[in-house]
Design a protein around this ligand. Structure first.
Ligand code: NAG
Ligand code: NAG
Ligand code: NAG
Ligand code: NAG
Ligand code: NAG
Length: 360
């Protein structure tokens, strides 16, 4: 229970402070593995006290708390370069909120056990990133470089990566083969970049990918060549011209689909495009839909607020209504549309019989 409370606290804090939002997806820690606090120590701990009481070597520019001996907090120090002579023991390296533009081939020369490398909110540039800098870090599982100036996804990433967060850069391309060895990668954040397409082979190798965030890019359609293992696909804030019948058929496990602010109209959407049975949550808010699309009876959360919907047709949710055939929708948002509560047909609650909340 204590562990849970702590995690929730961290999450709340992380959503408020911009330089610690880590790409907007909470960073859960596993205390049993000795993972350190994900909060900056800024203003929370007296660095001078640690410096006086911690016998371990610690670069001048960093804070080294006694309770997490393998963590180095060098965040928000105005650093233009990564400190020299990082201690060999370093496993968790916090460098966010600095002014670092270069990753040299040698900065991790004496470190073999690095697990997290956090570089959010710096000035990293693709052409100043030495390709071999990270390659040999066999233990590296989290690499975060959200809010930098990268123009492409780096290549030669270590094969053990589990999370790669590169949100809010200027990425318009993926280096060839960048992902081919990353069989353990489960999260890939690329929102807020300049990607237009993903070609066949570019994401090849990502056999364990679960969460893929491609929101706020320049896609005009759902890319054809995404890893079939994806369970959470976020594509909000792309201007999509439409959705074909087979846009999502390759994803046998897709549960959470976000397509808000995509300019979608009924005319561009195939009637059956969302009718696949793995789907649990669908966000179509802030589009231009005039009717409710057909959704599978397994769907539990549907967001349709701020569209132009004028009618509620029960057949969108239930093909037939019977004792065993009903919609699993629990949460439905229809507010900000062109319809009101009185327009619900008389039989609607027999179809939506497990509904917990409706906004209309
Ligand atoms: C690695 O260790 C050697 C020997 O202690 C030292 O000379 C060198 O400066 C270190 N390199 C880095 C990048 O810390
Ligand atoms: C960050 O680095 C750039 C050049 O790399 C420099 O022009 C700028 O003044 C630096 N900003 C801070 C806050 O140090
Ligand atoms: C991927 O994960 C598996 C299972 O945790 C592990 O045995 C394997 O070593 C990992 N692969 C790499 C390249 O780290
Ligand atoms: C939606 O898919 C289900 C299961 O594949 C199918 O039985 C049903 O007919 C489809 N709905 C419509 C309206 O075609
Ligand atoms: C509801 O949709 C079905 C299938 O699209 C259509 O046949 C039916 O006329 C619609 N019902 C109403 C009341 O609009």
């Amino acid at each position: 229970m204590a562990l849970l409370c702590f995690a929730v606290l961290v999450f709340k804090f992380a959503t408020v402070v911009a330089d610690m939002d880590y790409g907007g997806v909470p960073l859960w820690i596993n205390r049993l593995l000795g993972e350190p606090s994900v909060m900056s120590l800024r203003g929370r701990m007296d660095p001078a006290w640690f410096r006086a009481n911690n016998p371990q070597a610690c670069p001048q520019q960093c804070d080294c708390p006694i309770q997490w001996p393998t963590a180095l907090y060098c965040d928000n120090k105005g650093l233009a370069d990564i400190p020299d002579r990082l201690p060999d023991r370093t496993q968790y390296l916090f460098l966010q909120g600095n002014n670092i533009s270069t990753l040299s081939s040698s900065f991790l020369a004496n470190i073999t056990d690095l697990r997290w490398l956090i570089l959010d909110h710096n000035q990293l540039q693709s052409d100043k990133l030495d390709q071999v800098a990270l390659q040999n870090q066999a233990q590296l599982c989290y690499l975060f470089a959200n809010h930098n100036h990268l123009r492409s996804v780096p290549s030669a990433l270590p094969a053990g990566l589990k999370q790669l967060r590169l949100a809010h850069n200027q990425i318009s391309s993926i280096s060839p083969g960048a992902f081919q060895n990353l069989h353990n990668l489960t999260q890939l954040l690329l929102q807020g970049n300049r990607l237009q397409t993903i070609t066949e082979g570019e994401l090849k190798g990502l056999v364990s990918l679960n969460l893929l965030d491609l929101s706020e890019n320049l896609f005009s359609s759902v890319p054809r060549h995404l890893p079939p293992s994806v369970q959470q696909l976020y594509m909000s804030k792309n201007t999509l011209s439409g959705l074909d019948e087979d846009s999502f058929v390759r994803f046998l496990h897709l549960k959470y689909l976000r397509l808000s602010h995509c300019g979608l109209e009924n005319s561009g959407i195939h009637l059956q495009v969302f009718n696949f049975s793995s789907l649990v949550e669908l966000d179509l808010s802030y589009n231009k839909l005039t009717t409710i699309p057909i959704v599978p009876t397994t769907l539990q959360h549907l967001y349709l607020e701020a569209n132009e919907i004028q009618e509620f047709n029960v057949t969108s949710f239930c093909r037939e209504v019977g004792l065993l055939s009903y919609s699993r929708i629990k949460f439905l948002r229809l507010d900000g549309n062109k319809m009101s509560y009185h327009q619900l047909p008389s039989d609607w609650d027999f179809c939506l019989r497990v509904l917990e909340s409706i906004y209309i």
